[in-house]
Structures are given as structure tokens and as C-alpha cells.
Design a protein around this ligand. Structure first.
Ligand code: NAD
Length: 342
């Protein structure tokens, strides 16, 4: 029997997670929610998803807009075995009381405090520790990107010290009220919240992060400087470690992929839905090894990198698959991600 999944909140993350769940052989998407009628509500119905009203929304507003709703959020939750909460940051935490009252397990997103769930989750970092949990929180996009890379390097070489500078996008492409539209905003907190957040999935990782926000909406870029305990033979070995892991794409010099615009163009040429890039993106020429110190750039697509993690979180919670690599293989195949070693 396929796992019955509800998605509460159908925005940037929720609509992508709903599409991903709908593609899984061991899951069924029971329905999605919207707070008000919109093009996204209409496209959910066009895809054949059942639509339910959530938050302060009113069913008659949807009916007046010609959109058929199947009930309120509680009706949806009563039909499902688990809910993925993809409401805006902090609202997911408030939604938890409803999930608790109905006794439904839940997956939350990175905009919530880690205390919302039993564990924070990142598939490569701590899948096994999350088996059987009733509440998980998939860490944010930046944290997911660092946790993936850190889990690879720490398990293979050991990490003595990790310094990361996060160059963050200002807004998602569909947003028009966020900025800066021309400027660079240093995050004045040391460390930025990302380092401690990585430690929620990789406890004890000696990481320190700094963040700044720049006027782009395509992707984040991380500048990583890592001191290892054991020294890799050469950059080729590091490339094999990254590209041999799920959810990494390493571009070669000959690909001529210049920066985040080039990465987006690559995804568009592949025909990726919404040009989603769910892999950590690295450049071979952007990996440098000097003694025990590795420096590398990675680009992270904020809108989609957490999508496969949400799917794996469900498999871990319900023990649909106890082997993390097997769960990731199913997820990545169904979502059309780059095969390992590509
Ligand atoms: P969003 O604003 O694009 O979408 C949120 C959706 O939830 C909207 O459709 C909104 O109408 C709906 N909503 C409002 N109130 C609700 C309620 N009470 N119950 C249910 N739904 C409600 O937000 P998003 O960018 O998709 O972010 C969702 C979560 O994912 C946040 O925790 C965020 O921090 C996290 N996240 C976002 C990104 C990103 O780049 N956008 C990346 C990783 C993680």
C-alpha cells in the first residue's frame, strides 16, 4: 500500500514536493492546500491534485473563482497518513498543534526551529538516525548543501575545521517584494545561523559560517575552506568522492558552465521542470587542494535542493526503505537527477 501524503502549503517548496511525491512508486499524493485562489491553485487542479483550503482561506472564494475544493485542511489530514508542512517559516511551527491534535506525523521545513521536530534531517548526513521518527524537519537549502558536502568529506577524511562563506540569493524568482535589488548585505551575525543548523544533522562538525546576501535570484554560492584530518591524493580523488555520491554534479572545464547563469542554462537545456537543480553543483576547476586544506565553490538552487530530502524523510519515517542509498536512488531516478558518476 502506498503511503498517503498530504502537502499543507503549496508555494515554492510545497508545489515541488507535491510533484515529487506524486512521482514516487511507494507514495500517493492525497491533496494539497492553498489559502486563496491563485494560478497555483488552478495549476494544482489541472495536474489532477485535489485542492483543500488552509489557514485563513475561505472555500467560497475558491468556488467564486471557479476552483473546486474538496474541503478544509482537516478533511485532508484525516485522509492522509503523514503531512508535509510547507507553510511559510514560523507558520509550520504554529500548524504543529493541529497535527498533534489529529495525531498525524509531520515533516517540517527549514524555516522552523529545530525543536519543532524529533530530528532535523538531511539524507546523506543522518537518514539512519531518523528511522521511525514521527516528526522530522528538513533543514534549509543552504544547510542541506553544506550538510551533503560535509557528510562526504567527514566520513572519508575527517574534518578538523570547516569555514564557509555563504553568498545568498536575495529572493526567489517569483517574489517581487524582497531585496536588495542592487547591493550586498553582510550578515552581521558571527557565526551565521547556518553553522549551528548544520550541526543539528552532523553534531560535532567543527564548522563556522558567515553569510551575505546579494542581488540575484538564481542560486546561492558557498565558498568552503576545509582542513581535513587525512589528506586526499589529489583533486581527481576529491572529484570522484563528490561525483560518486548522490546529489552532486561536478562540471568539467570543457562544459563551459560559467557561474550560476550557466548552471541554470544547463538545467533548462535538460528540460528540467522549472529548471530545478536538486544537486549540489561544483566545478572541477573550482576545487583546490593544498596540503590538508581543500577549498571549493558550490552552487545551491534554493527552490529545489530540499525536494528530494523531503521524499527521503518520508521513507525514513515510515521505514519504507531502511538503506539511505537505496531510498536516494529511488528518489533521484524518479526525479531525473544526474546519475552518480556523471
Ligand atoms: P512560500 O511563501 O513560497 O509558500 C508557502 C505557502 O504556504 C504559500 O502558498 C502560502 O499561501 C501558504 N500558507 C500560508 N499560510 C499557511 C498556513 N497557515 N498553513 C498552510 N499553508 C499556508 O514559502 P516557501 O519558500 O515555499 O517556504 C516554505 C518553507 O520552506 C519555509 O519554512 C522556508 O524557510 C523553507 N524553505 C524555503 C526555501 C526557498 O528558497 N524558498 C528553500 C528551502 C526551505
Amino acid at each position: 500500500m502506498a503511503l498517503k501524503v498530504a502537502v499543507n502549503g503549496y508555494g515554492t517548496i510545497g508545489k515541488r514536493v507535491a510533484d515529487a511525491v506524486a512521482r514516487q512508486p511507494d507514495m500517493t499524493l492525497v491533496g494539497v492546500t492553498k489559502t486563496r485562489p491563485s494560478f497555483e491553485a488552478r495549476s494544482a487542479l489541472d495536474k489532477g491534485y485535489r485542492l483543500f483550503v488552509t489557514g485563513e482561506g475561505k472555500a467560497q472564494d475558491f468556488e467564486q473563482a471557479g476552483l473546486t475544493v474538496s474541503g478544509g485542511v482537516e478533511d485532508l489530514l484525516r485522509e492522509a497518513e503523514v503531512v508535509i508542512d510547507a507553510a511559510p517559516g514560523k507558520i509550520g511551527g504554529a500548524n504543529r498543534a493541529l497535527y498533534d491534535r489529529l495525531g498525524i506525523p509531520a515533516v517540517f521545513q527549514g524555516g522552523e526551529k529545530s525543536s519543532v521536530a524529533d530530528h532535523s534531517f538531511s539524507a546523506l548526513a543522518n537518514y539512519a538516525a531518523c528511522l521511525g521518527s514521527r516528526r522530522l524537519r528538513v533543514v534549509s537549502c543552504n544547510t542541506t548543501g553544506i550538510a551533503r558536502a560535509a557528510s562526504r568529506l567527514s566520513s572519508r577524511y575527517g574534518v578538523r575545521r570547516w569555514e564557509a562563506t555563504l553568498v545568498r540569493r536575495a529572493a526567489d524568482p517569483g517574489e517581487s517584494k524582497k531585496g536588495p535589488i542592487n547591493g550586498i548585505l553582510p550578515g552581521l551575525d558571527f557565526p551565521s545561523h547556518h553553522g549551528p543548523d548544520v550541526q543539528t544533522v552532523l553534531p560535532g562538525l567543527p564548522i563556522h559560517t558567515t553569510a551575505l546576501t546579494v542581488s540575484t535570484n538564481l542560486m546561492h554560492v558557498h565558498v568552503n575552506q576545509v582542513q581535513l584530518e587525512r589528506v586526499p591524493a589529489d583533486v581527481e580523488e576529491l572529484v570522484r568522492v563528490f561525483s560518486g555520491s548522490p546529489r552532486f554534479k561536478v562540471f568539467e572545464a570543457g562544459d563551459h558552465v560559467e557561474g550560476t547563469p550557466g548552471v541554470v542554462e544547463w538545467a533548462r537545456d535538460l528540460g528540467r521542470p522549472r529548471y530545478d537543480i536538486m544537486e549540489n553543483v561544483l566545478w572541477r576547476q573550482g576545487i583546490h587542494l593544498a596540503g590538508d586544506e581543500v577549498r571549493f565553490f558550490q552552487a545551491i538552487h534554493q527552490e529545489s535542493v530540499v525536494v528530494p530530502e523531503n521524499v527521503d524523510a518520508l521513507r525514513a519515517m515510515f521505514r519504507l526503505e531502511t538503506d539511505p542509498l537505496r531510498s536516494m536512488a529511488i528518489t533521484d531516478r524518479t526525479l531525473g537527477l544526474s546519475p552518480r558518476g556523471a
